[in-house]
Ligand binder design. Structure first.
Ligand SMILES: Nc1nc2c(ncn2[C@@H]2O[C@H](COP(=O)(O)OP(=O)(O)OP(=O)(O)O)[C@@H](O)[C@H]2O)c(=O)[nH]1
Ligand SMILES: [Mg+2]
Length: 506
């Protein structure tokens, strides 16, 4: 096998071994992605070192950001029921910690470079990103990122990222860049604030970076803003005022109600003496924690449907968008070649005619230059015809490649705009190889077999959706939520719509 193909194969095998532990339905989809890869290789849409499967993130990412000592690590430890992350009142974390599931009993900590080679993680080119903003820092990826694995059930099928305390003023550009990168990749972002800071105004820049920058995003729905450690406000005269002040401060920055939560950690909290007050705090906390945890579970379900949706979309895109785009380009190319041939060859023939007439080579309509008579044998006219044909052939192929060159730029732009997973330029170039007639309408490799395989993949996606529906709506399963709640953010994915419809019908 191609060495690049081997790399992909080992990545896919790696992916499958993780899915085997965490989500068997998605394991099957890898086979369908392989099928699509095969189709795309044949069509020239993918190169040897690529796979549709590695272009999508397989594990949902939940990142926990926020001010330092807000209780991010304590929250995570509580959620995963393992004491994975150190916590403390000084700034404890100086690295981003990626936490993921492993069935091994002992927890493992691995350096940041481990994230580069694992298909679960979208940090593939993180060191390049860092290098761009801070020269020389890219090689020190281990100083920014670390990976920890843990056998927590809560970590199954998702990845958590714990981050160092965020302080917009003191932060290095590289850390800001990683933060932004992580926000981009995350399916859910929990932004922690600390109720011990009575005056939210004290951290203008941090608030601005965490709120004003996020609120305008098209995916702003994935941010949850969490005021933590509200137990510390119980001793104030008007505890509700502290929460209200925060809510106001966030509101001034454009955050509307609904995604603002107030919680505290039962283990780390200071005891609340007043019985009635304590109950009020506990019920508020439990209610909000339940909602936060609920969102964290949903993310896993959403991602499963999204992967099947991506599979379906990739298959459909090949047939409905990529191939038509290549066919259109081939048509334009054919027209240009024909025109080019006509003009150049016509011109050449006219020139030869003019030249020979001028030279007196013609007698009436027969070509009879004086030098032809004197030469013994009658082979020369044929040689001339062959020579002429060879010149015309060269001209034709020259025009083919010239015409192709004029189309590459616009094809590239079209492909970028359409945001296609495969590269139509590869298919186009393969379809205009010298041995292919310009009159062939279909791109190279686009035949009955390929179409049938695509159809099979689409049928399989329907099956996967049904299996996922069974898995997630089955009351004995762990997750019990309705699709309306589970899939608000990907309503445009066909598979998701179908899933929602299927559930409604049952
Ligand atoms: N009273 C109270 N203390 C808490 C709560 N959550 C965390 N703490 C304490 O706050 C301190 C900071 O907690 P961490 O979990 O380390 O905070 P962090 O946000 O991870 O901090 P950095 O990683 O340093 O940014 C620790 O001493 C925790 O015990 C809470 O809900 N109430
Ligand atoms: Mg921490």
């Amino acid at each position: 096998m191609h060495p690049a193909g081997q790399i992909i194969e080992s990545r896919l095998a790696h992916l499958e071994s993780h899915l085997e532990q965490e989500n068997p339905v998605l394991l099957k989809t890898v086979q369908s992605f392989r099928m699509l890869d095969g189709i795309a290789f044949r069509l020239g849409l993918l190169e040897g070192d690529n796979s549709f499967a590695t272009q999508i993130p397989w594990w949902p990412l939940i990142s926990i950001l926020g001010t330092f000592s807000a209780g991010k690590s304590t929250f995570i430890n509580h959620y995963i029921e393992h004491k994975m992350q150190r916590s403390g009142n000084q700034a404890v974390d100086d690295k981003f910690t990626v936490l993921c599931y492993s069935r091994e009993e002992t927890a493992h900590a691995l350096p940041g470079v481990a994230l580069d080679s694992d298909p679960r993680f979208p940090f593939y080119q993180m060191s390049n990103e860092i290098e761009k903003v801070a020269a020389g820092e890219g090689a020190r990826i281990d100083a920014y990122l670390q990976l920890k694995t843990c056998p927590s059930q809560q970590l199954k099928g998702k990845i958590l990222i714990d981050s160092p305390g965020f302080d917009a003023d003191a932060q290095r550009t590289s850390t800001l860049r990683i933060t932004d990168h992580i926000i981009d990749l995350s399916d859910l972002v929990l932004v922690f604030f600390d109720a011990r800071h009575p005056e939210p105004g004290a951290m203008q820049d941090t608030l601005s970076h965490l709120i004003e920058h996020t609120i305008k995003r098209p995916d702003s729905g994935k941010f949850l803003y969490i005021l933590n450690q509200i137990d510390t406000t119980a001793r104030e005269n008007n505890p509700e005022d502290v929460i209200a002040a925060w809510q106001r401060a966030l509101g001034e920055r454009g955050l509307t109600a609904g995604r603002f939560y107030a919680i505290y950690n039962p283990d780390a909290a200071v005891p609340i003496e007043d019985e009635a007050l304590r109950q009020r705090y506990e019920s508020k906390r439990d209610e909000d924690l339940k909602e936060i945890h609920g969102r964290m579970e949903e993310v896993e379900i959403e991602r499963a449907y999204r992967i099947v949706g991506a599979l379906e979309k990739t298959a459909r895109d090949i047939e409905e968008r990529t191939i038509p785009m290549v066919i259109r380009t081939l048509e334009t190319w054919r027209r240009r070649v024909l025109w080019g041939d006509g003009i150049v060859m016509g011109g050449l023939l006219l020139f030869l005619l003019g030249f020979t007439i001028n030279a007196g080579y013609w007698q009436g309509i027969s070509f009879a230059p004086s030098w032809l008579d004197t030469t013994p044998g009658s082979i020369q006219p044929w040689l001339m015809v062959i020579g002429l044909l060879m010149v015309l052939t060269l001209v034709h192929f020259g025009i083919r490649s010239l015409a192709a060159k004029t189309l590459l730029g616009s094809l590239r732009k079209q492909a970028e705009k359409a945001d296609l997973k495969g590269n139509p330029i590869g298919s186009f170039l393969r379809s205009i190889k010298p041995w292919r007639s310009i009159f062939r309408r279909n791109p190279a490799g686009w035949g009955r077999k390929t179409r049938k395989q695509l159809k099979n993949v689409l049928q399989e996606t329907d099956l996967y959706v049904q299996t996922l529906n069974d898995q997630f709506t089955n009351p004995s399963g762990s997750a019990q939520i309705t699709m309306d709640e589970a899939s608000p953010s990907f309503a445009d994915e066909p598979a998701a719509k179908q899933a929602a419809a299927t559930i409604e019908n049952t």
